[in-house]
Design a protein around this ligand. Structure first.
Ligand SMILES: *[C@@H]1O[C@H](CO)[C@@H](O)[C@H](O)[C@H]1NC(C)=O
Ligand SMILES: *[C@@H]1O[C@H](CO)[C@@H](O)[C@H](O)[C@H]1NC(C)=O
Ligand SMILES: *[C@@H]1O[C@H](CO)[C@@H](O)[C@H](O)[C@H]1NC(C)=O
Length: 533
């Protein structure tokens, strides 16, 4: 029976392919953790389009399973760099943040310096592990030969690690990035002109309207930030690049060479800025219409009546918080007439109100799309922010790490979020923030407006992403979309040589004029002298 059905199923699958479609061979080098969850959305869609996908995964991977109907996997004996210590390291950051109550701007700066030191140390370790992976991979002759022989059409990777870009160069395969971060920082700062007068640098929480002191802060943050990123990546990847690609190769060109940058944000979220023809914005590509909730959750949500529900989660990595923080949060929730669904795994707060439901996991997208959801309490991670925009739900932000403060400050600047500093969090201020987001209608209206803007696009972000990956396969790259700027030295890029030349010409002309005038003047003068005599 089963055997009989097989050809039929195959036939149906094949006949569902849109006309003109073709299967490409795609090699994926993902970054583990929450980034993989995003990458998988793309892989699912590419698989549905009939492409053949191979995924390179670390042997101790957290999320990337070895067996999948979507892809074949190649397991490398490298460490994902995530493992046990990633969570401890996040907690280390959180502790510093909680310890330093930012009462004065000095203690705020001090806290930031401490956090920065921890981050630098951890990232240096992380990149060290990754560069060792590259060496292992390149030294594995058999693996490299089989990757060569497979003749992939395109390599899709997350440039938050250097491995994928280097492998693409080694295999001479077109490169597509699923990107927000490269190892050199926010991707735009690497590829596109980024005037600091109106483009806030990462981590500054500034907007596109800056005062003079803010612009000073922005400039200083840029200089320090770029130097730090350069230092972290350079020390680790440079020796590898030297070894395999020669001494005059700058590893940043591996990134600049990418054919398409699929950028995980868009201008509903981002401040307007210069961009390039091979940057494709696919912010919100992971968003889907919500589905029905499981019965027990639906009953709970319905029991909230007209008050509605509040949904809270701090992402996949931070399931627990220190006890005193959770008690303050629980106390604030208990004061409200709304029902609360809170994803939390740690010890149950003793003062939990009877309106609050603690869960180990929640269907975030389905809850955000539920008409009874009033407010979303989030840390500002990728999926949370994008799904809140998609469904138009106002945010109360509790930023914790990395660029989360920036993400939330963007939504705040657009009038859709209230932000609470976790170091200053106590029940009164948190309850007040919740009430503001619940009862001041401007927050909901602004988020609804962002939602309408986000959905008003000629093509869905996910379709757009898949289109451009297939475009790269069809045309074997996108050389024609790449600017020449990458191939120039910085003084040519800034036209300093031309300016110097033109200035010299002007100076020379002025010099000639002055000399002529002096000559004429002297002639007249001496002429007069001669006459008088
Ligand atoms: C929940 O607690 C509030 C106040 O603490 C109380 O008035 C209410 O009756 C309780 N509801 C239930 C169902 O226990
Ligand atoms: C912040 O939001 C952007 C855009 O949604 C996303 O790409 C980025 O990963 C987010 N940052 C974190 C730390 O989740
Ligand atoms: C609602 O919030 C906006 C923006 O913060 C503020 O301008 C406005 O005065 C608030 N409205 C009320 C009724 O508090």
């Amino acid at each position: 029976m089963k055997m009989l059905y097989l050809p039929l199923i195959l036939f149906t699958l094949l006949s569902f392919q849109p006309p003109g479609s073709f299967g490409g061979k795609i090699l994926v080098f993902p970054l583990d953790g929450s980034h993989w969850i995003n990458m998988k959305v793309l892989i699912e869609e590419l698989h549905a389009k009939g492409h053949e996908i191979t995924v390179i995964r670390p042997s101790d991977s957290w999320y990337i399973s070895e067996k999948s109907p979507l892809y074949t996997s190649v397991t490398l004996p490298y460490s994902s760099g995530f493992e046990e210590n990633f969570e401890t390291y996040l907690f280390q950051q959180l502790e510093i943040r909680l310890r330093g109550k930012p009462t004065s701007s000095w203690s705020r700066i001090w806290t930031q310096i401490q956090i920065r030191n921890v981050v630098v140390e951890q990232f240096t370790q992380f990149h060290k592990g990754m560069s060792e992976t590259v060496v292992q991979m390149f030294e594995d002759k058999e693996l490299m030969q089989s990757l060569h022989a497979a003749k992939y059409d395109v390599l899709l990777t997350d440039p938050g690690i250097g491995c994928g870009a280097m492998l693409a160069r080694r295999l001479q395969v077109p490169l597509v990035f699923n990107v927000r971060w490269t190892i050199q920082g926010e991707a735009h700062f690497l590829v596109a002109p980024s005037p600091l007068a109106y483009i806030p640098f990462t981590g500054t929480e500034l907007t596109d309207k800056m005062t003079f002191p803010e612009r000073i802060k922005n400039m200083l943050s840029y200089i320090i930030g770029m130097y730090t990123l350069f230092y972290m990546a350079e020390t680790n990847y440079k020796p590898v690049v030297m070894k395999y690609f020669g001494p005059d190769v700058d590893y940043s060109t591996f990134f600049l060479d990418a054919d398409i940058w699929l950028m995980r944000n868009d201008f509903v979220f981002e401040f307007p800025r210069p961009t390039l023809p091979n940057i494709v914005y696919m912010g919100g590509f992971q968003c889907k219409p919500s589905k029905a909730l499981p019965d027990d959750l639906e009953t709970f949500v319905q029991s909230s009546g007209d008050h509605g529900v509040i949904v809270m989660t701090l992402g996949t990595l931070v399931a627990k918080l220190p006890q005193h923080v959770t008690e303050e949060i629980a106390a604030a929730f208990a004061r409200l007439p709304q029902k609360v669904i809170w994803r939390y795994i740690g010890q149950r707060p003793t003062n939990l109100g009877n309106n609050t439901l603690l869960v180990n996991w929640l269907p975030q997208n389905d809850l955000l799309g539920h008409p009874k959801t009033r407010v979303f309490v989030t840390h500002g991670g990728t999926n949370g922010v994008q799904e809140a925009i998609y469904h138009g739900v106002p945010i109360v932000g509790l930023p914790l790490f990395f660029d989360q403060p920036d993400n939330l400050s963007r939504i705040k600047a657009k009038g859709g979020a209230v932000i609470v500093d976790i170091a200053m969090l106590e029940r009164d201020s948190f309850a007040e923030a919740l009430m503001t987001a619940l009862y001041n209608s401007t927050y909901r209206e602004n988020m609804q407006m962002l939602s309408r803007l986000h959905r008003d696009q000629p093509m869905k972000p996910l379709d757009q992403a898949v289109f451009w990956i297939e475009y790269v396969i069809r045309h074997k790259g996108t050389r024609h979309l790449q600017t020449q700027s990458y191939k120039m030295s910085w003084f040519v890029y800034k036209s300093l040589d031309v300016i110097a030349f033109l200035l010299t010409v002007v100076l020379l002309m002025m010099l000639i004029c002055v000399s002529c005038l002096r000559l004429v003047w002297r002639m007249i003068f001496t002429g007069k002298k001669v006459k008088r005599e």
